[in-house]
Design a protein around this ligand. Structure first.
Ligand SMILES: *Cc1c(COP(=O)(O)O)cnc(C)c1O
Length: 385
């Protein structure tokens, strides 16, 4: 028997879904796929993979390092953890935010660490490097994984300083940060790898895929090896590893996506601007997060209270418009996963119920954005009696 809410999810035919990914059309893939007929290399760092790796490293300033292409954002996280921290020694705890996507935790567990969930800052929605340094269990911590919530890029210098000061390895879950990193170009931290996802639902996608960005060349070598069964250059296994590399097929999609990226980013920017204009008209613009610091995978409505967010969600629902609490109510709120050791979660408990994901995709019609804004404005203002 499926629960009522599951059933509603299955049968509801949304007029406006919360996400509607658009990856390159079949015709755009064909020239890339035909290269595979020639090369007869379908994985293992073939020519398409190398081409993509080269072009992507030109898009980002990687400080003399580079990037490893992976099968998913999750594989990128595992590779980044193994390359930076390895498996745990005496310090078995891994600090991470409860307010994140489940894959952050799963990657930590796969590498053998015990996740320890922390609350986030009310404004940054992320871990605080200063507060962490004073945590009562800091001496048991062998790894910190910092999530970029909704693609928001953390203060890399502050995290590098934290890592230098404490000696604790830091890995950044930058799964949703492809476009935000591009919009805020800056040097990557020398000792901190970034794990990105190219999942279909992210702004830049290839179905399933990802990358590890490393400014440090030695760390990059370890990241490539850790996601290639421990091999690099010779047939001798070196270090803990998975098969987490990107196939030539996915590299084809990613190359086509990269070719169309300027246009896709422009379309997303237009949607973001339309949202801003509509919310301004309805005097709601202060409660809107779209574009800029957050990824083009999301439009977030920051309700004044959890009750308002629920009211808005219900009103959208009644109009055939889906919305989503993207990270649910924190990992500590998942009934079927964990429980994990954790701190109290005063910020996450409220923030996660106030930040509601509205529909966002590159061809979301302006008229729907106008409709969404009107519904949000009406549902968020209490009716006069
Ligand atoms: C999407 C996402 C992941 C997982 O990436 P996959 O490519 O789906 O494995 C991990 N962390 C965050 C914050 C994400 O948004």
């Amino acid at each position: 028997m499926v629960s009522e809410s599951t059933q509603q999810h299955m049968v509801q035919d949304w007029r406006v879904p919360v996400a509607r990914p658009k990856l390159p059309a079949a015709g755009a893939l064909l020239p890339f796929l035909e290269k595979l007929d020639q090369s007869r290399t379908y994985s293992n760092y073939g020519p398409v993979h190398r081409d993509l790796q080269h072009r992507l490293s030109q898009c980002f300033s990687l400080n003399g390092g580079g990037l490893a292409l992976t099968a998913s954002g999750s594989a990128a996280l595992i590779g980044a953890i193994l390359a930076r921290a390895g498996r745990p020694g005496r310090r078995r705890l891994a600090f991470c935010a409860s307010y994140t996507f489940v894959a952050t935790l799963s990657a930590i567990q796969c590498c053998g660490y015990e996740p320890y969930l922390l609350d986030v800052g009310a404004h940054s929605w992320a871990l605080d490097p200063i507060a962490l340094g004073h945590h009562s269990r800091i001496n048991e911590v062998g790894l910190v994984v910092v999530t970029c919530p909704y693609g928001r890029v953390p203060d890399f210098a502050a995290w590098q300083a934290f890592s230098d000061r404490t000696g604790i390895p830091v890995v950044v879950d930058a799964a949703a940060a492809f476009d935000t990193l591009q919009r805020q170009p800056g040097e990557l931290p020398p000792g901190i790898p970034l794990a990105l996802s190219f999942h279909a639902t992210k702004a830049f996608g290839c179905g399933e895929g990802g990358a590890i960005f490393c400014a440090d060349p030695g760390m990059l070598v370890r990241a490539i090896r850790a996601t290639n069964n421990g091999f690099l250059g010779r047939r001798a296994v070196e270090g803990d590893n998975i098969n987490g590399k990107m196939s030539e097929y996915h590299a084809c999609v990613a190359l086509a996506e990269l070719e169309g990226w300027p246009e896709k980013a422009k379309a997303c920017d237009q949607v973001a601007q339309n949202y801003q204009r509509a919310f301004r008209t309805h005097r709601q613009v202060r409660s809107l997060w779209v574009g800029g610091a957050t990824s083009y995978a999301y439009a977030l409505y920051h309700a004044d209270t959890p009750e308002v967010a629920l009211r808005v969600r219900a009103a959208l629902w009644d109009n055939g418009i889906d919305s989503r609490f993207w990270y649910a109510f924190g990992i500590h709120g998942e009934a079927g996963f964990g429980p994990f050791a954790r701190d109290d979660m005063p910020v996450t408990d409220v923030l996660s119920r106030r930040l509601l994901g509205l529909p966002f995709y590159c061809d979301l019609p302006e008229a729907e954005i106008e409709a969404i804004s009107g519904i949000v404005a009406r549902a968020s203002t209490p009716a006069r009696v």
